[in-house]
Design a protein around this ligand. Structure first.
Ligand SMILES: Nc1ncnc2c1ncn2[C@@H]1O[C@H](COP(=O)(O)OP(=O)(O)OP(=O)(O)O)[C@@H](O)[C@H]1O
Ligand SMILES: [Mg+2]
Length: 326
């Protein structure tokens, strides 16, 4: 019976597995349940695959939107890569076609997705290197499908040498825009994760993007980084580069308790930056579950589908789509 629902205890009995195994899987999102009831098909899938179901919604109809969003802030550790991964998962869950580009030689996004390219595999380094040598845009060759249902162009540690290579390249700011041009209309949203820097690659990401998301923590270093990043964005708006670059919003991440200091930072964001960048209403709370989900190569949407982290990233996706005019 297709719609049959079993309690977890009955499912364990029926499939001859330990109750605790199913209960734990239901708790951490690997087994999808509704009100603690589960379909036999979902139990079979879990026992076969042992990992979460891909939360891929029905494909959005019509032409892909072809929007490019960079995730940037010069400060490290503010959840740029975490936000890229979970926002990609939330957009994919809505049926959108999503591509992530990892431009950071630390490869955090690539590794968090469980992608471990061999040195002979195509990656962002190989395609940029080829492009600045013979102007062939071969980004497509490096695209891989990930376990969150979105595609990825993986990074490589060799991107650490890219700054020197780009130094002598003509029109280096346009390199990502040119590489993305042949694939942009195949995706609804392309998310570019950037390193904590203001280097050629970050500037190339800002030139390729329609919009930027600025993740930050509620601290004074993040505020200073925000000012620097806004100045970089301003510079990339020069004619010939990206005059139409828009800021989707500032995203507060890893939010702890709403202390007085947190409120002070919010006030500064409003008074000093309010005219340049809006604050997303969604905030991402500090969460051990988000950290755990990354360590197990999942999005928070499958790791804890009904938890606050998943809810927040779904709400962020809603806000971002609104900013993109969808
Ligand atoms: N909401 C959260 N709650 C708790 N920990 C988080 C949260 N979001 C991210 N983290 C953790 O914070 C660390 C930094 O996150 P992440 O790598 O996404 O930041 P980043 O801005 O991409 O860093 P970098 O600038 O080095 O690329 C990671 O260990 C990640 O697991
Ligand atoms: Mg990162």
């Amino acid at each position: 019976m297709e719609d049959e629902l079993l309690s977890i205890k009955d499912a364990a009995l029926r499939f001859g597995v330990k109750y605790d195994r199913l209960r734990r899987a239901a708790y951490d999102g690997r087994l999808i349940t509704t009100d603690n009831l589960v379909t036999p098909a979902e139990v079979e899938r879990f026992l076969r695959e042992g990992r979460p179901r891909l939360t891929v919604g029905p494909r959005r109809e019509g032409d892909p939107m072809g929007k490019i969003v960079a995730i940037a802030l010069v400060k490290g550790g503010v959840a740029k890569s975490t936000t890229t991964l979970n926002l990609a998962a939330a957009l994919t869950e809505r049926g959108l076609r999503v591509l992530m580009i990892d431009t950071d030689h630390q490869c955090s996004l690539t590794f968090a997705l469980g992608v471990r390219p061999k040195s002979s595999d195509e990656n962002l380094y190989t395609v940029i290197h080829r492009y600045i040598t013979d102007y062939e845009p071969t980004l497509e060759q490096a695209i891989v499908r990930t376990n969150i249902g979105a595609d990825l162009v993986p990074a490589s540690i060799r991107l650490s040498t890219m700054e020197d290579e780009l130094l002598h390249a003509t029109q280096r700011e346009l390199v990502l825009k040119s590489l993305l041009a042949p694939v942009v209309r195949r995706y609804d949203v392309i998310l570019i994760d950037t390193p904590p820097a203001n280097n050629h690659l970050v500037r190339a990401a800002l030139v390729a993007a329609d919009q930027v998301i600025l993740p930050m923590e509620a601290d004074s270093v993040s505020l200073e980084s925000l000012a620097l990043t806004l100045a970089n964005i301003h510079r990339m708006r020069r004619p010939g580069l990206n005059p139409d670059l828009r800021i989707a919003g500032v995203l507060l991440t890893r939010v702890q308790a709403q202390t007085n200091f947190h409120r002070e930072v919010m006030d500064v964001l409003q008074s000093d930056f309010g005219d340049q960048a809006r604050l997303f209403s969604t905030q991402i709370k500090n969460s051990v579950r988000i950290r755990e989900s990354l360590a197990s190569h999942q999005s928070i949407l499958t790791y804890e589908p009904k938890g606050p982290g998943a809810t927040a990233y779904r709400a962020l996706a809603e806000e971002v789509l609104h900013e993109l005019g969808e």
